[in-house]
Design a protein around this ligand. Structure first.
Ligand code: F3S
Ligand code: F3S
Length: 111
């Protein structure tokens, strides 16, 4: 899968969303997250991010390695305030902006 890492936080450019053919890039609050089971590894999102936040999982810089699990956690575990996990929503446009982040992103210092 591809992964969105720390540089997305508080930037949220959304250029990546327009490129994804399977609409698997979901908006939290301060960052976006790639659904790892829905991503088909096409790589179209990676070059359009102006802050280079997106990487193929094997190419993720070591300091951001926690973001692989964190992107997955956005879907696999109930988000703060939710009872059920998002799981595989099957399309970010129809789900809309979630408005909540994983604890890792939520506690990231504000810019
Ligand atoms: Fe974030 Fe870059 Fe997409 S800033 S919203 S990963 S284009
Ligand atoms: Fe979409 Fe990027 Fe995966 S464009 S299919 S999230 S590699």
């Amino acid at each position: 899968t591809y992964v969105i890492a720390e540089p997305c936080i508080d930037v949220v450019d959304r250029a990546c969303v327009e490129e994804c053919p399977v609409d698997c890039i979901y908006e939290g609050d301060r960052a976006l997250y790639i659904q790892p089971d829905e991503c088909v590894d096409c790589g179209a999102c990676e070059p359009v991010c102006p802050v280079e936040a997106i990487y193929y999982e094997d190419d993720l810089p070591a300091q951001w390695s926690v973001f692989t699990d964190d992107n997955a956690r956005f879907f696999a575990e109930p988000l703060p305030g939710a009872v059920t996990a998002l799981d595989s929503p099957g399309g970010a446009a129809k789900l809309g902006r979630v408005g909540v982040d994983t604890p890792l992103v939520a506690r990231h210092p504000a810019p």
